[in-house]
Design a protein around this ligand. Structure first.
Ligand code: E4P
Length: 222
């Protein structure tokens, strides 16, 4: 399973990339606004220098001709940019045009299986169903992931990867992995929560104390 980080904060990306566990980055206009970055193109260039895997950069327009031009501009930044387009009729037209030319496309704002089928037919590299936002309105976000994974598995010619987005907690990630989703994009705080278990902390404290009692040093040993 691939791990992407869902942020436009360059310091967070550097920090998490240093773990060696990061496979890509997703950004969106809200995350870019939150980062305070003043030049979006430079921001994506900088992220692409840090992370070798797919870096999602979202178009800002909503009409086909402008989205297509924006997507082509973003794709020029680096070969590992995945142009992010919304799941609309125009967005999927852009997806088809860009993917036919070899550009990676991440189709975002997916909230139904029908939308996911359309994105796969349009040649999307990634489909991004938003589980947290579905949970927020009383739906079952993880059921959508299960349904899309099952549907895609019926059609080996669908190459679109299921990228679980709008993840709010580690449980979303664990369920996604159990269902066989290809990618999870995680906010930095959720990635950090994955390391944590109280019994790990307790056990480590006991090992450190007991080791001190031996009076030995591994590095100073003959
Ligand atoms: C991912 O590509 C999305 O932009 C993101 O996961 C949305 O998450 P949110 O619902 O927490 O804003």
């Amino acid at each position: 399973m691939k791990f992407f980080v869902d942020t436009a904060d360059i310091n967070e990306i550097k920090d998490l990339a240093a773990t060696g566990l990061l496979d890509g980055v997703t950004t969106n206009p809200s995350l870019v606004a939150k980062s305070g970055a003043k030049n979006f193109i430079s921001l994506i260039e900088d992220i692409c220098k840090i992370v070798e895997g797919p870096v999602s950069a979202e178009v800002a327009a909503t009409d086909y001709p402008t989205m297509l031009k924006e997507g082509q501009r973003l794709a020029k930044i680096a070969p590992h940019v995945a142009v992010k387009v919304p799941l609309t009729e125009d967005g999927l037209k852009v997806c088809k045009a860009l993917s036919d030319n070899g550009t990676m496309v991440n189709v975002t704002l997916c909230f139904s299986s029908a939308q996911a089928i359309l994105a796969a037919k349009a040649g999307a590299t990634f489909i991004s169903p938003f589980v947290g936002r579905l949970d927020d309105v009383g739906h079952d976000g993880m059921q959508l992931i299960a349904d899309i994974v099952e549907i895609y598995s019926q059609y080996p010619k669908f190459e679109t990867e299921v990228l679980v987005a709008s993840i709010r907690h580690p449980g979303h990630l664990i369920d996604s992995a159990r269902m066989g989703a290809h990618v999870a994009t995680l906010p930095p705080n959720v990635i950090r929560q994955l390391y944590k278990h109280p019994l790990t902390d307790k056990g480590l404290a006991a090992f450190v104390d007991d080791w001190a009692k031996t009076g030995q040093s591994i590095l100073d040993a003959a």
